[in-house]
Design a protein. Structure first.
Length: 211
């Protein structure tokens, strides 16, 4: 059944879900054992015309949890020194509490029921997020526990590219390789890509309905 574009809202567009882009930087690939080092959440806004835009960015450096594994290869890749004093890292629970509070406010503002994670290869980010929630016993997570939107899949469909940098460039989104692999930069580019794909699809539907 096609969308009713005469009365579109965030809650109606995604079945009551508010898309929120999450990107994490970690000390390895194992969400159960490897440290979560950095997390960014980017809110998605919708204007009166039903067009999506990148909204507020929430960005935190995270202190490795007690007993966390730190893979040297991962740290060499992302360039993070987990214990550098200038990181101003915070404990996982404090970070999750702050992020969840802001997202719950956005969920309420858009009259949605809960948030849904958007990520590039979203299972990776969702697994690390869920592991941190379980580890800290964080309360009132706004996210759906297992559903997500994966921009790698969406970009493969829309542009024939699954690598974030290549998909962004194909979508006409600027990309600076020297800024990549930081959670805030990657999350913002993922948000731009998600908005571009969703908006492009809407324009195609509007054009089809016009004719």
């Amino acid at each position: 059944m096609p969308l009713d574009h005469t009365n579109i809202s965030m809650s109606s567009r995604f079945r009551g879900y508010l898309p929120v882009v999450i990107d994490v930087e970690t000390a390895g690939f194992n969400h159960q054992t490897d440290a979560l080092l950095e997390i960014a959440a980017v809110l998605i806004d919708m204007d009166e015309e039903g067009i999506l835009h990148r909204g507020q960015t929430l960005h935190y450096h995270v202190r490795p949890f007690k007993g966390a594994n730190l893979e040297k290869a991962a740290l060499d890749f992302n360039g993070i020194d987990p214990y550098h004093p200038f990181r101003l890292a915070q404990d996982e629970l404090d970070v999750l509490t702050n992020i969840f509070k802001a997202i719950r406010q956005a969920v309420k503002r858009y009259d949605c029921t809960r948030a849904i994670l958007v990520g590039h290869n979203s299972a990776f980010d969702l697994n690390f997020l869920n592991a941190a929630i379980e580890r800290t016993a964080a309360k009132r997570s706004p996210f759906h526990p297992f559903s997500s939107f994966d921009t790698a899949t969406l970009a493969g469909l829309a542009y024939g590219q699954t690598v974030l940098a290549r998909a962004a460039k194909e979508a006409g989104i600027s990309w600076n390789e020297s800024d990549a692999h930081s959670a805030d930069y990657d999350a913002e580019k993922t948000a731009d890509l998600f908005c571009e794909i969703v908006n492009r699809w809407r324009q195609l539907e509007l054009s089809a309905n016009f004719f």
